[in-house]
Design a protein around this ligand. Sequence first.
Ligand code: GLY
Length: 592
Amino acid sequence: MYDFLNINFLRDLKYFFYKVILFSLFLTSSAYSQDLQPEDGYKLISQNLIKAKNHMVVAAHPAAVSAGIEMLRENGSAVDAAIATQLVLNLVEPQSSGIGGGAFLMYLDGKTKELLTYDGRETAPAEATEKLFLTSEGESMRFYDAAIGGRSVGVPGTLALLERVHKAHGRLPWTRLFQPAIAIANNGFPASTRLINSLKGKRKKRIQTNKASADYFFPSGKTLRPGDVIKNRIFAETLSKIANHGSQIFYQGEIAKDIITEVVSNNRNPGKLKLSDLKNYKVIKRKPICHTYRKYKVCGMPPPSSGAISIGQILGILENFNLPKLGPDSIDSWHIIIEAGKLAFADRALYIADSDFVPVPISALLDKSYLSERAKLINLSSSISVPAMAGALPQKTKSSYIPDSSIGRPGTSHISIIDKEGNAVSMTTTIEGAFGSQIMVRGFLLNSELTDFSFLPKIDGKLVANRVQPGKRPRSSMSPTMVFDREGNLILIIGSPGGSRIISYVAQTLIAVLDWGLDIQTAINLGHVVNRNTDTEIELETKAITFTKPLIKRGHKIRQRNLNSGLHVIAIDKENLYGAADPRREGKAQGD
Ligand code: GLY
């Protein structure tokens, strides 16, 4: 067994001491679980969280959070704060998100209680075909052969999304929202440890495939260190132009021309993007998907994201078990969560893609009786062999497609914001893998989002729902989420980066808060246990490691690894706002 886990003697010793510490923690936490009344779960908000009365911002970098707070202090709205936060993230966390990428934004109007989602997902160029990621022999390309360069670049949606939500829900002038990012780009910012670490190893070589990226991240060939000051005057200029002229200059003007030149003339991997693709880009307002979970209503992003459906399926399956009673220390709990993950990911691979191109049977997938039938497949003493099969839906919603196996990479960021009127934003934003396509234009990176499509359009002669098609949006896992209590009050704003693991990170954190009554910080900090219908992944150096042996006994194949979520959560009760940022990244919660 140890051979299988590849744990050597020194690591064993480390785990021995680790377990001693965990055992003492366990004595405290098990007493906590015994006191827990399932229905009381959400009331348990720790006193140690960042607390505020008026407004709160949680995002992946302190400078980005400060920009958001600055807007809120000037009477800006949650949307104003989200825009300022995103623009600074583009600069200080360039590996994850920015105007060269795409995003989903969920918005709650504090007064009318209307809940909306805005889809700023990238689209495939009009000239893209289902063969985009096939070799000349008709095989699937290797991931980085596809991702690096112009081929993987979809029409960016983030900037159009920011402009659209500003028009609908913003309060401060558009130009004001750009000032913090422009100032930081001109004056410089200290490179964070995470940014510097993400420039190491194989990534260093990948980034250096693009001259502008190489010159920016390795100035004069030098390797930067954490704390070194980085300036990005070209980006400051780009932002000033967009601040003054609006997104038109990006989608139809001089910036558009530069984007197209870089994509189509990429000598390694030219892409098919045209000026007309940029000009025709549209942000789509969509109805959120809401479902009940025990006494709560959980709302999220519809297709092209798989987020809300897959989280809804996991929770809907779990509703058939008494997780609140089992608690976070029970192997049964984790076994059931793993199995629910397998079943949800099986359905995701078969049924979920851009619903403007393929019919997605949303209601059938979230139907409570369907999910309770799926829950019956879970046996407490053995594990479902992987890959689990997708469920059979009623005849009229049956799929003629075949499941795909696209995975999704973790170059993403999440922003949670609430303002003093109760307007709330949950926004997940991405350029796909770290540094996206690696192509830098005018100081920002272009996405590699098209790699979220299935590389294979057909398997065994059957079409894959998430195949490349012109103008289609690749299936996402981004899961900006809001949770409401029985009276309809907003109680949680949550989301995370992490590729397709986002679904598991968000679902697990919801369980920890809603079922187990953990405060949001403790819930975020819990070791992750992830199953995407393949091996089960357990987060290294967390208590979850102690679940390894008992899970193996039930037949699970385990891989221990780092699981770098970036959960950013706001909890709301009648008195206060509470914020928590994921310690696995560099984020921060701040409020007044
Ligand atoms: N690129 C990450 C996602 O959209 O799921």
